[in-house]
Design a protein around this ligand. Structure first.
Ligand code: G1P
Length: 897
């Protein structure tokens, strides 16, 4: 059975024969912009952005199709050429035979080591790859060749990595023409490519990024270079069978050679060496990006030695360890190590965005609005410094009509006006900012953030993108102004109010919020006119009451009795509750509001009494919940009940019995549970229905929906996907984890655990999931984990395990402890711990369950902080936390009886 083994507590793992699984890739990156990925054959790519790919860009199918890898050839006397990375025609022929070379992968957070052994010559190659955590934009490789035989091993080594050196767009568009831009030269220890232009027919620009490949080995001279692909592979050859390696017809060129206008090659030939039995030789290689030649060479040289390479490797390992500052210790070491990777994943998504790994072959970097906010959840838990700023910046993307910018720039808080007529509103977008801001306030107690002022985003889209503002002049910039031309600012509270209030009025014919472009499920994108998302209507209801709670807390904490908001918003608050049932009246209100703020806003503010405000929000919230309970609770012919989550573009309820079978979607259950719309009694029923129709152990748990067996063009493209894949009925981790979160939140702990446990069991079973440790975006029909690393589910899983399962969370800056761990989650000594940072202080909480009790039967009897009993408390007060030493780890011991 194929299985990885963890080697420590920091996610380091070991896997035999990884190249016998096709879809594996591993991220290597730093925070200075390098985004690489490597496969077991040292394939994959490397880039610092859409326009700057060092290696040819790859998407998943290229991983087996592309011969442009980071190859390292060893031409062995008496045997012939051998690839240290396994990428030679001769080695490839053996992969299905008993002569397949033995290989092993050892990898940890952002380092990757492949070892390959050839028993014919008794040669071993160990290739270690990583990207240093420094500001340098380089990827590094160490290739150690060892002689494990009993005789001398004589060989000539050649590093051979093709340099693509241009934009991903040119992979098909002007691939050849862009090679004509290449200015290639050889220097003492490598090959440098300096393309003249960044090719773009809309306007070519001067290129400013150089690509260099450098090598060195202690005491071994470089005898020459192969700077072009054509010369290296030769006529009739290819990268697995290159003429320069297989024959001695192609002579390497010396340093100082220049050649222009060809596909470039990082080919470095070393002089012949001889290893005695037991001896080894290390070669150091750098794939570097730079803005000028000198700087590029200088940077590379730092890493071209054993000392330089290993110092950087050690520092990088320590650095990433310090970034992953949450560590779980349950009774299951596999789970703890797997969670270590999950905890790291949100950092990866910050670096790569939602693009730039082989499955993520869309987008050009950056993240969408909802991902931006949800990734903040994990950040808040791991590294809260700077999150306040980030939250404030992000609110700058909200439009005055409650929608938001969809194009997000690269700088913090930069939103780009849409000038291309793409008018799309995702109806869920307004819901996420409050969820993140609420967690921020709970963790820090910083309720005053609600009173901070921020601008609004402005572009041509008005009336929630139903109309274009013909008066908008792009030259005036993308900030909302008053009639007098002043930039308008409103409080964060006002921004949140607008996002949630406008949604309340933006209803379809069944009085649920319109689906518009789609909701969380991007693939529900074909019901723009009449579609409604009951699922997210429920979540907005939860938001409205949460916001009411925050406002109450604001008045309690600060004595503020009234808040100033734009006078236009008053009409959204004063709407007569008698008319909540009236769809047309709601539309009229929204229309009137939109009319008032289409091009400008008056700038006048109105003081609103906080108590009245929170009462109004609670009224709306309650109305929605009751409405959904009354209208959307369905019971099918088999006697199962759940909530209908959607209306299609023909205005029809989507879920329930259908001639083709039962139609049930998980999303509608998740958010009715999470928001408090579903009653406890209904949750019991939901769990039964979901277990019956969506649970499938062989694919890791809860599917996103049942098989509709219909190409529902009145709902979305998801029905075009084969069933069991991605948004059509796969186990979609994000929703499965949010299901767990919702259940834990409502204290349905056993059911919540089941959702997480099934995902973990499946994904950590390599034989089935074919995935390295961590959570993948989804699990397909065959049980394979798909779209590795970059998924919002990681943030939610971290949040669920820490704040729900371990019950460790902020309560307005105080630290609350309320474990929901099951009996089997405690270790042999009946304890479970977690290390984490809260309020800039380091903590380790240990729960002792000496009497081996089940959740529900135990309660907290005592808490001690650093050995001192805190009698009668179930939380650690903010003031006490503030006085603690920031350097040391503080131990909180909690006894359960
Ligand atoms: C991805 C997207 C997310 C979207 C989801 C469903 O999920 O990033 O915005 O809501 O697909 O369409 P993720 O990979 O983040 O879990």
């Amino acid at each position: 059975m194929k299985k990885y083994r963890f080697l420590d507590e920091y996610g380091t793992f070991y896997l035999d024969n990884p190249e016998s699984t096709n879809i594996l890739y591993f991220p290597l990156a730093n925070e200075s912009g390098v985004m690489s990925c490597v496969t077991p054959y040292l394939g994959g790519d490397s880039k610092i952005g859409q326009d700057y790919f060092w290696l040819e860009p790859v998407s998943i199918e290229n991983l087996h199709n592309n011969r442009s890898t980071r190859n390292f050839w060893v031409n062995i006397e008496g045997y012939g050429p051998w690839s240290a990375t396994g990428v030679s025609a001769r080695q490839q022929l053996k992969v299905f035979s008993k002569d397949k070379e033995e290989t092993v992968l050892e990898a940890g957070i952002l380092w990757h080591r492949m070892t390959r052994y050839n028993k014919d010559v008794k040669i071993k190659a160990t290739v270690t790859s990583f990207v240093p955590c420094s500001k340098d934009t380089v990827e590094l490789m160490e290739v150690v060749i060892s002689n494990l035989g009993s005789g001398d091993l004589k060989f000539t080594a050649t590093a051979a990595v093709p340099i693509y050196g241009r934009s991903a767009d040119n992979i098909r568009d002007h691939r050849h023409v862009t090679s004509l831009l290449h200015r290639i030269k050889t220097v003492d220890n490598g090959v440098i490519v300096n393309p003249t232009l960044k090719f773009d027919e809309r306007g070519h620009r001067k290129n400013e990024v150089l690509y260099g490949f450098f090598g060195s080995a202690d005491g071994v001279n470089i005898t020459g270079f192969y700077p072009t692909v054509a010369e290296f592979i030769g006529d009739g050859g290819n990268f697995e069978h290159p003429e320069a390696i297989l024959t001695d017809h192609v002579k390497p060129v010396p340093s100082g050679y220049a050649v222009n206008g060809y596909e470039a090659m990082g080919g470095i030939r070393f002089e012949e060496i001889c290893l005695k039995p037991g001896e080894e030789k290390a070669f150091y290689l750098v794939l570097g990006y730079g803005n000028d030649e000198k700087e590029l060479i200088y940077t590379a040289e730092k890493y071209l030695s054993k000392a330089g390479f290993h110092k950087a490797l050690g520092e990088s390992k320590e650095y990433w360890k310090s970034r992953v500052n949450i560590k779980f210790e349950t009774g299951n070491k596999e789970f703890d190590n797997w969670m270590y990777w999950v905890t790291f994943q949100p950092i990866l998504r910050r670096i790569y965005g939602c693009s730039f790994l082989p499955h993520h072959d869309y987008g050009k970097g950056g993240r969408g609005w909802r991902d931006l906010w949800q990734d903040c959840l994990a950040l808040l838990i791991m590294n809260p410094a700077g999150v306040r700023e980030m939250i404030l910046n992000n609110f700058g993307g909200v439009r005055i009509d409650g929608t938001n910018a969809t194009i997000i720039g690269t700088k913090p808080g930069e939103f780009i006006a849409d000038r291309n007529n793409i008018t799309r509103v995702w109806m869920d977008h307004g819901v996420w900012p409050l969820i993140t801001t609420k967690l921020y306030i709970e963790q820090t107690g910083d309720i005053e953030i609600l009173l901070e002022e921020k601008e609004y985003f402005k572009d041509a889209q008005i009336y929630r993108s139903d109309k274009k503002d013909l008066d908008w002049d792009p030259e005036q910039g993308s900030l909302l102004r008053t009639k007098d031309g002043e930039v308008y600012k409103g409080s964060i509270l006002e921004h949140i109010l607008l996002q949630n209030l406008t949604a309340f009025y933006d209803v379809g014919e069944h009085n649920h919020i319109r689906l518009r472009g789609a909701d969380w499920n991007d693939a529900l994108d074909m019901a723009k006119e009449r579609g409604e998302s009951v699922a997210f209507t429920a979540l907005y209801a939860g938001n409205l009451s949460d916001l009411a709670d925050l406002i109450d807390y604001l008045t309690e904490k600060t004595d503020i009795k009234a808040v100033n908001i734009a006078k236009e918003i008053e009409m959204l608050l004063n709407f007569d509750p008698e008319h909540y049932d009236d769809v047309n009246k709601k539309k009229e209100v929204l229309n009137a509001y939109n009319q008032q703020c289409q091009s400008y806003i008056s700038g006048e503010k109105k003081a609103v009494d906080c108590r009245e405000l929170s009462d109004a929000l609670r009224r709306m919230s309650e109305w929605i919940k009751t409405h959904i309970r009354k209208k959307e609770w369905i019971t099918n012919s088999d006697g199962y009940s759940w909530f209908n989550g959607y209306y299609d573009n023909n205005g029809r309820q989507v879920e329930g019995d259908a001639p083709s079978g039962v139609r049930l979607m998980l999303t509608g259950q998740v958010f009715t549970v999470m928001s408090g719309t579903a009653t406890d009694e209904q949750i019991h029923k939901i769990i039964e229905a979901v277990d019956k129709y969506l649970y499938d152990e062989k694919v890791g748990g809860y599917r996103l929906n049942t098989d509709f067996k219909e190409l529902k063009t009145d709902l979305g493209r998801m029905f075009g996907f084969a069933y069991g894949h991605k948004e059509n009925g796969a186990v979609f981790s994000h929703m499965a984890v949010m299901y767990a979160y919702a259940l834990y939140k409502r204290n349905f702990v056993r059911a919540g655990f089941k959702a997480i446990e099934s995902l973990f069991r499946h994904l950590s079973n390599f034989e089935k999931s074919k995935a390295y440790p961590g959570i993948t975006e989804y699990i397909n029909d065959k049980g394979e984990g798909m779209y590795h690393y970059l998924t919002g589910s990681a943030s939610w899983l971290l949040l669920t395990v820490l704040t729900q399962m371990y019950g460790i969370k902020g309560s307005y800056g105080n630290l609350m402890l309320g474990p929901k761990l099951l009996k089997e989650q405690f270790d042999d000594e009946k304890k479970a711990s977690v290390s984490f940072t809260f309020s800039n202080k380091k903590f380790k909480v240990t729960y002792y369950n000496k009497n081996n009790k089940e959740y529900g039967d135990y309660k907290i009897s005592e808490i001690a902080l650093d050995g001192k009993n805190l009698s009668g408390l179930i939380q650690i007060d903010k003031d006490l936390i503030e006085r603690l030493d920031s350097e040391k780890v503080h131990h909180i011991e909690v006894w359960l009886i």
